[in-house]
Structure formats: C-alpha cells, structure tokens
Design a protein around this ligand. Structure first.
Ligand SMILES: NC(=O)c1ccc[n+]([C@@H]2O[C@H](COP(=O)([O-])OP(=O)(O)OC[C@H]3O[C@@H](n4cnc5c(N)ncnc54)[C@H](O)[C@@H]3O)[C@@H](O)[C@H]2O)c1
Length: 234
C-alpha cells in the first residue's frame, strides 16, 4: 500500500517504540517525514520538543504538512507524595504543552492542505491509573485537546484524532519497570495490564492505527479517542 504518497508528515518521538514503528510505516507508504526526537537516531532531527521556540521554528520552517503525529511521551510511576514539581512539569511539558505548540504552528498549513493530526494519548487519559497523576493529567489533557480542536476545525477540513494504547512493549515500559517503587499495590497495578494475551501490544499495531486515522479511509473520523488497550477499558 502507499497511502501517503506525496504527503508531508511531521512526527515526534521517532527514535524509539511507537514513534520508530510509525516512522518506518509512513516512509514505507510513501510519506516524506520530518521526524524529531531528543535521542539520536538515523534520519531523525535531534530536538527536545519542550524547547518551544525551536520546535515552532522547525514546524514553520519545514512545513506545510499534511499530517502531524504527536507521539513523543514520557511517564514516571511514583507515589504522589514523592512527585517533585520538576517531575510534574516535565510530564505536562512533553506530553501536553509541546503537542499544543506543534499543532498551533502547523495549523495554517494543515488548513491549506485539508490535513489531519493524530495525537498519542493513553488508556491513562480516559481511565485512572494509580501512581501516575501527572501522566493521567497530561494524557487526559491530550485526549480533550484533541476533541476540542476536532470541533473547532472540522468545518475548515482538518481532522484531529487520538489513539489511546494500553500496554505496548517499548523501552518506555522497560524504563518504568526498572525505576518504579517496589511497594506499589499489586491489585491497582493489575488494572493497567492488557486483558488480551500476550499482555502487551507490539508498537507496529499502534503505528497501524495511527496510519488508519491519518489516511483518507478515516475521512469521517474526527475527535476520536481510538482505544488499542487490549480490553482494559471493556
Ligand atoms: N508503551 C506503552 O505501554 C504506552 C501506553 C500508552 C501510551 N503510550 C504513549 O505512546 C507514546 C510513545 O511511547 P513509547 O512507548 O513508544 O515510548 P518510547 O520511550 O519507546 O518512545 C518515546 C520517544 O519519545 C522521545 N521523547 C521523550 N521526550 C522527548 C522530548 N522532550 N523531545 C523529543 N522527543 C522526546 C523519546 O526519546 C523516545 O524516543 C508516548 O506518548 C506514550 O505516552 C505508551
């Protein structure tokens, strides 16, 4: 398939996990992708998206785009009493404020090209997740940012959707597991496990959902919080 032949795509978080799989899929299907990440990777521009001036400059200077994919994200599982303001601010900055700045900078081009946006939310954006207050707040924020913008820009031909994964086997999950406190309530942690075996989705499954939402096949879909949560929210 070549659903994105001739399409220009802006993608964050392209060095790892879901973003890396998304980068590969869109390029395979003909897109020209401007990809960024704070980590170094082949064909990826190294940039911290919380440097708002730099990311806005990049979007404005390399646009216009047909598709914007906000995939970069961070999470920290921690007892709320141990969450520093720095930890709170960082999660909100990466997961919510940076996507807003990117979207605002890309919107004039998206309107011109009748383009669309896919934001990566989370099951934690639609359902509570213990020990993850900042993450829940940021992902709930991105889900509702998506819905608000979807209404505002529908009549101007721009679609805005989010995908909400449950567990996906990526370095993010491995990183969380390595540093999370050892005294978490197991019953609460079990609420975060996918019901469907094998317990984690593959990043390529999330990339496929993103590609569907960004493609013409989803031309009647906007404001969706598309669940790929292995049944957690059933
Ligand atoms: N893995 C899961 O179980 C899961 C579940 C629900 C939602 N998500 C969401 O999926 C998205 C992708 O996560 P993943 O699991 O592939 O994680 P990942 O850690 O493998 O990839 C995230 C990428 O974002 C990049 N990034 C982080 N901060 C950045 C910054 N300031 N500037 C630029 N790039 C930055 C990282 O360097 C990394 O390459 C995230 O938004 C995450 O919250 C993941």
């Amino acid at each position: 398939m070549s659903r994105f032949e001739g399409k220009r795509v802006f993608l964050t978080g392209a060095a790892s996990g879901v973003g890396k799989a998304t980068h590969a899929l869109f390029r395979e299907e003909g897109a020209e992708v401007v990809a960024v990440d704070v980590q170094e990777a082949p064909d990826v521009i190294r940039l911290d998206i919380t440097d708002t001036a730099a990311v806005v400059d990049l979007v404005t200077g390399s646009g216009p785009f047909d598709v914007v994919l906000n995939v970069a994200g961070i999470v920290r599982v921690e007892h709320t009493l141990d969450v520093t303001m720095e930890l709170w601010d960082r999660q909100i900055a990466v997961n919510l404020t940076a996507p807003f700045a990117i979207i605002q900078a890309a919107l004039p081009g998206l309107i011109e090209r009748k383009g669309n946006i896919v934001n990566v939310g989370s099951i934690a954006g639609v359902r509570g997740q213990a020990y993850s207050a900042a993450y829940c707040a940021s992902k709930g924020g991105i889900v509702m940012l998506t819905k608000g913008l979807a209404l505002e820009y529908a009549r101007r031909g721009v679609r805005i959707n989010s995908v909400c994964p449950g567990g996906v086997w990526t370095p993010l999950v491995e990183g969380v597991a390595a540093i999370m406190p050892k005294d978490l309530n197991e019953r609460l942690m079990q609420r975060t496990y996918n019901v469907l075996p094998p317990g984690f989705a593959d990043p390529s499954e999330i990339a496929e959902a993103i590609a569907y939402l960004a493609s013409d096949a989803a031309r009647s879909v906007t404001g969706a919080a598309f669940m790929i949560d292995g049944g957690i929210d059933s």
